[in-house]
Design a protein around this ligand. Structure first.
Ligand SMILES: [Zn+2]
Ligand SMILES: [Zn+2]
Length: 119
């Protein structure tokens, strides 16, 4: 079966997922594997998968961290934490989950800040 070929060393998971999706969508016919595998197409596919998973998840986007999906700070950290909202998608993130220090957080709040999905 002809199929697109991986062009980098780290997109095998993206390509396998896209192949599986193509097979399932075409079933029972034979799939036509025609998606691109350039660096940009792989990055776009990752973003699309991530957004699809986040959009399909059940947590309340306004009160839960988009990184850990919890409303409380993660793990055994302090009982309170700071939050930051993405200026593009309006998702909220714990500063702890982003590994942001206080200086980074203040700087990010003072200017336009895009999360990992929108960056
Ligand atoms: Zn979090
Ligand atoms: Zn965002």
């Amino acid at each position: 079966m002809p199929h697109p070929v991986q062009q980098d060393s780290n997109s095998c998971g993206v390509i396998v997922t896209m192949m599986a999706k193509t097979v399932m969508e075409a079933f029972p016919a034979l799939p036509l594997m025609s998606f691109g595998t350039s660096k940009k197409e792989m990055a776009d596919a990752r973003t699309k998968f991530a957004l699809g998973i986040l959009n399909g998840s059940v947590f309340d986007i306004d009160n839960h961290c988009a990184m850990c999906s919890a409303s409380k700070p993660p793990g055994s950290g302090p009982p309170t934490t700071d939050w930051i909202m993405c200026d593009t998608c309006q998702r909220w993130y714990h500063d702890l989950c982003l590994g942001m220090g206080k200086d980074q957080l203040l700087h990010a709040r003072a200017s336009k800040w895009d999360c990992v999905l929108c960056n």
